[in-house]
Structures are given as structure tokens and as C-alpha cells.
Design a protein around this ligand. Structure first.
Ligand code: ATP
Ligand code: MG
Length: 283
């Protein structure tokens, strides 16, 4: 059996969550901050800790078999890899921003203007697709100070809260790309048995994270109304309580509409609601 190599970020925004998702898949390994490689003891896998910028090309060239990295970094690197699974963390948006005082309202007004960025490839593609002829100033960091220094008329960068833009006298103008961390693999390994196994484990962890296990009590006359609110994996489990006329209902509910659901359950007659995290859902 081939030992696979997965590349994850050594340190930075994606490191902790990447390690966490692999551990939640039941993989056992030491996470030494100082070492660049770690061996998983219960799966044929080695973990390489790298700068995120290097991950797409390493996976494309087969130096690593798999990788966890932001979609923005893959597109910027122009790497030809196989996307296996979005991972739900490292979410951000790449935006064009202009000075707060700017009167730019249309993309066409960027014609002939200079835009500072660390993501020239993504920006160039976007400008081309929108027939904008602007000059791209490629700088490696702190692009937000560009307009203030007269280096550029606009910037193109990752924006999460917008706080950095604001404190540099800038405002968002156009959203260009949404990104999150994804699991990728070398194109030749898409159907490799160990790769499929890893993808399945990751998917069961993601499904579990998106749901909660709920147990509640309800009187038989309110049962239909409560069950109608609960999908369950197949359908809810209903078991009798010792007290005549009452049952306990077991089910799973989506994390995203959790509070709304709990309130509707209470209104429908549910009592003693207990909510528990789910570790894995294997379908
Ligand atoms: P490295 O040292 O590995 O090159 P880095 O400094 O390039 O790290 P980080 O700042 O750790 O990268 O960000 C890693 C990824 O996290 C980004 O490429 C992006 O996909 C994602 N991300 C999510 N939110 C943000 C944010 N607010 N700013 C920057 N990146 C973000
Ligand atoms: Mg980087």
C-alpha cells in the first residue's frame, strides 16, 4: 500500500483547523511545531507542513499527493489539481477596494488606473473577463497603503471584516472571489482507494459538525406536530416513556437553523430538550 503525503500549512490561518480536521478523522500523529513532516501511525499517510503558497504546485507535481489550502492560493498559482472537498473554514472574499472619497461606481472607471495587489493572476483574469484595462501593481504585502501613498488608485486584496480597509481610508468596491479551504489531490490520485477513504472520513466529520443530536420528551397528542419539525437521518426515533401517554423523540437537526428549530419544537409541545454534539455521521 502506498503511503500518501498530505501537505498542510505549517503556521498561519489554516494550520489549526487543518490539524483538527485530520485528527477528527481518527488519524493519530504528533503535531510538532518544529518538524516539517509527521507520520500518521494508524493510516498510510505522512503530513508535510509547508508555506501555503507552495502547496498547490507540490500537489500538482506529485511531491505531495494531497493538500489542504485556500482556493484563492490554488487559483493564483494556476495549479492543475483535483478538488475533492470544500472544508468550511478559512472563508474570505477577495475584493477590489477604492479610497473612501473616490467617486468610482462602475468597473469601467478603473480603465487606465493602477491597482495594487498580491494576487495578480486572479485580478488579471477578472479584469480581462470584464474588459477592463488597468495596470496591475504586484506587491507582496500591505497593499492597503498603496492608494494613500499614491502608488495605486485601488487595491485588490483579501477582506474579511473590512476593518483594515476602513483604517486605511478605503471602502470595498467589487467582490471578485469567495474562497475557503479545500482538500485537493494530484490528478492521478482522484480514485485511489486511500484517497477515497480519507475523503469519506472527512465528509462524515463535516456532516457531523453541521448537525446536532436532539432528545426531547413530548406527549402523544403533540407527537405528530413535533415529528413534522424533525427530519432525522432516516426518520426520528420514538421510544415510550415510563409515564403513560409520553414519548422521547431522538433526532438530528442542522446547526444552521438550530435556534429557530428549538423554538418551534418548544412551541409544538416539546419538553426537556437535550442537545448533544455528534462526532461522525457515516451514511
Ligand atoms: P504562509 O506563511 O503559509 O505563506 P500566509 O501569510 O500566506 O501564510 P495566512 O494569512 O495564514 O497566509 O492565510 C492563509 C489563507 O487563509 C489565505 O490564503 C486565505 O485563503 C485564508 N484567509 C481567511 N481569512 C483571511 C484573512 N482575513 N486574511 C488573509 N487570509 C485569509
Ligand atoms: Mg502564503
Amino acid at each position: 500500500m502506498k503511503t500518501l503525503k498530505i501537505a498542510i500549512q505549517k503556521s498561519g490561518r489554516l494550520n489549526e483547523k487543518s490539524v483538527e480536521i485530520l485528527k477528527n478523522c481518527g488519524l493519530t500523529f504528533e503535531n510538532y511545531k518544529s518538524s516539517l513532516i509527521s507520520t500518521v501511525t494508524n493510516f498510510p499517510l505522512e503530513i508535510l507542513f509547508l508555506r501555503d503558497d507552495d502547496i498547490p504546485e507540490y500537489v500538482q507535481d506529485g511531491i505531495a499527493d494531497l493538500g489542504i489550502v485556500g482556493e484563492n492560493v490554488i487559483v493564483e498559482a494556476g495549479a492543475d489539481v483535483c478538488y475533492l472537498q470544500k472544508l468550511g473554514f478559512g472563508k474570505c472574499t477577495l475584493k477590489i477596494a477604492v479610497q473612501s472619497t473616490s467617486n468610482i461606481t462602475e468597473l469601467a472607471q478603473l480603465n487606465g488606473k493602477a491597482i495594487a495587489t498580491s494576487y495578480p493572476v486572479i485580478l488579471e483574469k477578472y479584469l480581462k473577463a470584464n474588459n477592463v484595462d488597468a495596470q496591475i501593481r504586484n506587491i507582496s504585502g500591505s497593499v492597503e497603503i498603496g492608494p494613500g501613498l499614491g502608488l495605486s488608485d485601488a487595491i485588490f486584496d483579501i477582506v474579511s471584516t473590512g476593518g483594515t480597509l476602513k483604517s486605511n481610508g478605503l471602502k470595498p468596491f467589487k467582490d471578485v472571489m469567495n474562497s475557503e479551504a479545500v482538500l485537493i489531490c494530484n490528478k492521478e490520485l482522484e480514485f485511489n482507494a486511500e484517497v477515497r477513504e480519507l475523503v469519506q472520513r472527512i465528509q462524515s466529520v463535516l456532516r457531523a459538525k453541521a448537525t446536532k443530536y436532539v432528545v426531547l420528551n413530548v406527549s402523544k397528542e403533540n407527537l405528530q406536530a413535533v415529528v413534522a419539525l424533525l427530519p432525522g437521518v432516516k426518520s426520528p426515533t420514538v421510544v415510550p416513556l415510563f409515564e403513560e401517554g409520553w414519548v422521547a423523540v431522538h433526532s438530528v437537526i442542522a446547526e444552521q437553523d438550530f435556534w429557530e428549530k428549538i423554538n418551534s419544537l418548544k412551541a409544538a409541545g416539546a419538553q426537556g430538550i437535550v442537545v448533544m454534539p455528534i462526532e461522525k455521521i457515516i451514511t
